[in-house]
Design a protein around this ligand. Structure first.
Ligand code: DON
Length: 570
């Protein structure tokens, strides 16, 4: 063979191999799980998003700017939960100690009504609040991010959205976890997505590239037109057209009328720590302070980490807090939630008056209700940020289930939430997380459905001590509770505190849900003898946390429960 021809063949082979290995390349994201830095930290559910947060901080953006840029980025690179079509909550503490809480939770559309998921006999129509067009509330994310920016942002919004546009337009390499999720939901995508959806594919593999051109255009309209680029004009037309095609309820008016709402954060003390968290429409802050208040008078430290006594006490506090949630918690714009009473010391002591250190309480005697087992779904997303000036942001956002309602807005390129399932669709009937509710959380037009999201900031000696939060449905509140107790009472370092096995009691079902191997067999045996029942689950809420260490350095920890969670700082 002539030399030149030989060379040509070799070159072709090299190019083919390069192309092949490029397409199959594993992303080299290195999702750092635990890192200590001097100045600033971002912990988010995706390495690309954490990197974007750090990029913004290095450009001079503050923690709110970084959180906003991360939220836009995860709408692209974490599509199962990061979103434009969902909602969330942001808790902020500025370097001078100002605290604030922003509620951009979805709202029920104007056409929604109390019995919309019941048939003519008053029975719940299975699946209607969880999948398809009728499952969506009016999205709050874009309004929330602009609202947060208008009060606290430093860099122009333009600079915070551009990295997300870049990711959507140019594409990014998906991780193994994403490939698994995309494959798992193909059937639902085929049902609710149009053929132009980039998520439809025979088989996804780690290393595949995902380009989202329609989403890039939507983000570009938001960049150019602010929140109106989402709630009005072409994007609004696309959402309404999608609703019309599938029998959904969201109208142009619903979108135009949506506003995010500033709230007074929930604040409480625990042995010298000041806990700042989210008020209704999330139940997270109230439940967290209730659980802490109920255990504060006991010496958990002396009982010991995961000892029978400690687990029993914490479970009994959890049981009581979730019973209160079912009865008293809902959107405070629509229902008078007795927040001050629920977190008052006197009330919490009364609540524990029937606590026996030797015997499990019965949930039926704490307050009655029905139950079913929660389906496991951990597809919300949390981001914790501290910037170099000491501003802190804790933000949780979600579509609810994986890819929300599974409805992908044709032309606009994003998934819509299935948050309507977080309402109590019928008193006493559990939602997908097994949570029950009543009047306080009944469906009403314009009302926000009750959440469990618990974005939290903890102060010690007047300074930020910890920023934390998590996805995980009903297990979010007990996870935040346990991480705090692990650090403060059991003196664990943050990484151990986050990665330790967890347990969870939510009043109904009357059982301790426990991650496999979390408790040893002797402890389980002793707890069973006290009357507790157990159910093993694979994993619970996925924490993203930052602790300010005694020397002022920042310890960022990304939960090993989600391989893609990443802590990055400098
Ligand atoms: O707001 C809530 O409580 C739920 N919609 C959160 C859903 C969730 O965390 C799902 N998985 N992580």
């Amino acid at each position: 063979m002539p030399k030149i021809q030989h060379l040509k063949i070799s070159l072709t082979l090299i190019v083919l191999v390069a192309l092949f290995s490029c397409r199959q390349a594993k992303p080299s994201y290195n999702p750092t799980k635990s890192t200590i830095t001097e100045n600033a930290m971002v912990v988010s559910p995706h390495p690309l998003a954490s990197d974007i947060g750090v990029e913004i901080l290095k450009k001079g953006g503050n923690a709110v700017d970084a959180a906003i840029a991360v939220q836009f980025a995860i709408a692209v690179c974490y599509p199962r939960a990061g979103n434009l079509g969902g909602g969330g909550f942001m808790v902020i503490r500025t370097k001078d100690g100002t605290i604030d809480a922003l509620d951009y939770r979805e709202k029920a559309p104007a056409k929604a009504h109390r019995d919309m998921y019941l048939d003519s006999l008053g029975n719940v129509m299975e699946g209607m609040s969880t999948e398809g067009h009728k499952a969506s509330g009016v999205p709050g994310t874009v309004a929330g991010l602009f609202e947060a920016h208008s009060r606290y942002g430093k860099l122009p919004m333009d600079e915070l959205i551009r990295p997300a546009i870049r990711l959507a337009e140019k594409g990014y390499i998906i991780t193994a976890t994403e490939a698994e999720r995309f494959n798992r939901y193909q059937e639902a995508f085929r049902k609710y997505n149009t053929p132009s959806s980039p998520f439809l594919k025979e088989h996804w593999t780690e290393g595949d590239e995902l380009v989202q051109s329609e989403l890039a255009k939507t983000l570009e309209r938001i960049r150019a037109g602010s929140a109106k680029g989402f709630y009005e004009g072409e994007t609004a037309d696309q959402i309404v057209a999608e609703m019309t095609s599938g029998g959904g309820l969201i109208t142009h008016e619903d979108l135009k009328n949506y506003r995010a709402t500033w709230r007074k954060p929930i604040v409480g003390d625990y042995k010298g720590y000041r806990v700042i968290s989210m008020p209704p429409s999330s139940s997270g802050g109230v439940a967290l302070l209730q659980m802490l208040g109920m255990v504060e008078n006991y010496d958990l430290g002396k009982m010991g980490f995961h000892s029978t006594d400690a687990v029993h006490l914490m479970v009994e506090a959890e049981r009581r807090a979730y019973a209160d949630r079912a009865q008293h918690l809902g959107d405070s714009d629509f229902y008078e939630v007795p927040i001050d009473s629920l977190i008052s010391e006197v009330y919490l002591q009364q609540r524990m008056a029937d606590f026996s250190s030797a015997q499990a309480s019965l949930s039926d005697s704490v307050l009655a209700g029905n139950f079913k087992l929660a389906k496991e779904s951990f597809e919300t997303t949390h981001t914790s940020v501290i910037d170099s000036e000491g501003n802190a942001v804790s933000v949780t956002t979600t579509l609810n289930s994986n890819f929300g309602s599974k409805v992908w807005v044709d032309g606009a390129g994003f998934f819509l939430n299935n948050e309507m399932d977080d309402f109590s669709v019928k008193p006493g009937i559990p939602n997908q997380f097994g949570l029950v509710g009543a009047e306080a959380n009944a469906i009403q037009p314009g009302k926000r459905m009750l959440s469990s999201m618990t974005p939290t900031i903890v102060e010690k000696d007047g300074k930020v001590f910890m920023v934390l939060g998590a996805p995980g449905g009903s297990t979010i509140m007990t996870a935040v509770f346990q991480i705090f107790i692990n650090v403060v009472e059991f003196n664990m370092n943050l990484e151990d505190a986050v990665n330790a096995g967890r347990f969870h009691h939510q009043w109904l079902p009357d059982q301790i849900q426990m991650e496999k191997g979390a408790l040893d067999s002797t402890t389980i045996h002793a707890l069973k003898a006290m009357g507790h029942q157990f159910r093993e689950v694979d994993y619970m809420a996925v924490i993203k946390a930052i602790q300010v260490l005694s020397d002022g350095k920042l310890h960022g920890v990304a939960d090993t429960r989600n391989p893609d969670d990443t802590a990055r700082g400098f």
